[in-house]
Design a protein around this ligand. Structure first.
Ligand SMILES: [Zn+2]
Ligand SMILES: [Zn+2]
Length: 319
């Protein structure tokens, strides 16, 4: 079925090779010659042995280093710091016609060679880039746009961020998108649309006092589902954020200041149905004794050992 088999270039990603094989053999999509599940596994860098065996009958495969687990956890949100979706330097693609392995990692924000930001959205139509052979010709993968991709120099504020700081900015942006989060979602991969813009928003919450104060006002405003609760609980999302930051940021001191200042202003009665936190956060951030949790949360009645990451509803314990 495949008559042309280009070999993988030394710094090329495996998915780029799949796309090049697709284009060189006259197909418009990898789905034309490989099954969708295997292609999805390639995008995640997680080919199973069975999928590898099937694929190896079609193309020569690189050494199986696709399942390497990271030793260090950089974020409480996600385990892998590689992305599932494409990020590219348009100028490199124009020069070489393939996609580099290094672009998969969110630790790389810009191309060293061209000093251009790696992009994950098209600057013309705003759509997120998809894995498509169109990328090989530096074309937007939204067929209704199909313009040439372009990028700009990296924003100086985020240019030198380390991987932990990048992950922290993503975490901060999660709270900007979902201000009343009381627990963290589990993501296998970093989730974002337009990584540079996302990082700048997160970076501002962590370092800009005015942005921080605006966020505090939002948490304590009438739109808060927790507006009837003591202020410790209203500001809980901020304490959850700072507890999970990996690097040091100005926001930590501001959060301490904000929570100390308002400790005395408690409202004695509340009538909310839901305040979901992990067991660990209930104990560490809200100082609720484990024994009290074990005796009052029905979910925990029969448990011999209580997992720290278990999510529980503590609404009955508040107020
Ligand atoms: Zn480049
Ligand atoms: Zn476009």
């Amino acid at each position: 079925m495949l008559s042309v088999l280009p070999s993988q270039i030394v710094d090329e990603s495996f998915i780029s090779l799949i796309l090049r094989i697709t284009a060189r053999n006259g197909f418009t999509s990898p789905y034309d010659w490989m099954d969708a599940k295997s292609f999805d596994a390639v995008t995640k860098g997680k080919l199973s042995n069975k999928q590898r065996n099937c694929l190896s009958e079609l193309i020569p495969l690189p050494e199986p280093n696709l399942n390497i687990k990271p030793n260090v956890k950089h974020s409480a949100l996600f385990t892998c710091t590689d992305t599932e979706s494409p990020r590219v330097c348009p100028q490199c693609i124009n020069d070489t016609g393939y996609l580099k392995k290094a672009w998969c990692s969110i630790g790389y924000l810009y191309c060293d060679r061209h000093q251009l930001t790696l992009i994950d959205v098209c600057h013309h139509c705003g759509e997120k880039l998809q894995w498509s052979v169109a990328l090989l010709s530096n074309t937007c993968t939204n067929v209704y746009c199909a313009k040439q991709l372009t990028s700009t120099p990296i924003n100086a504020e985020i240019a030198e961020l380390f991987i932990d700081e990048i992950c922290d900015c993503l975490l901060a942006d999660l709270f900007l998108s979902n201000p009343f989060s009381t627990y963290l979602p589990h993501q296998s991969y970093p989730q974002f649309t337009n990584l540079p813009d996302t990082l700048i928003r997160g970076w501002e919450l962590l370092t800009d006092k005015l942005k921080f104060q605006a966020f505090v006002e939002q948490l304590m405003g009438n739109a808060s589902p927790f507006s009837s609760l003591p202020i410790t609980y209203q500001l809980f999302p901020l304490r959850l954020l700072t507890r999970h930051l990996k690097a040091s940021w100005p926001v930590e001191q501001w959060v301490d200041g904000a929570t100390e200042r308002v400790h005395c202003h408690t409202t004695p009665h509340s009538n909310i149905d839901e305040f979901i936190v992990t067991v660990e956060d209930a104990v560490k951030l809200l100082s609720i004794p484990r024994t009290l949790l074990a005796n009052t949360i029905p979910q925990l009645f029969e448990k011999k050992a209580i997992p720290s990451t278990l999510r529980i509803n503590i609404a009955n314990l508040i107020g």
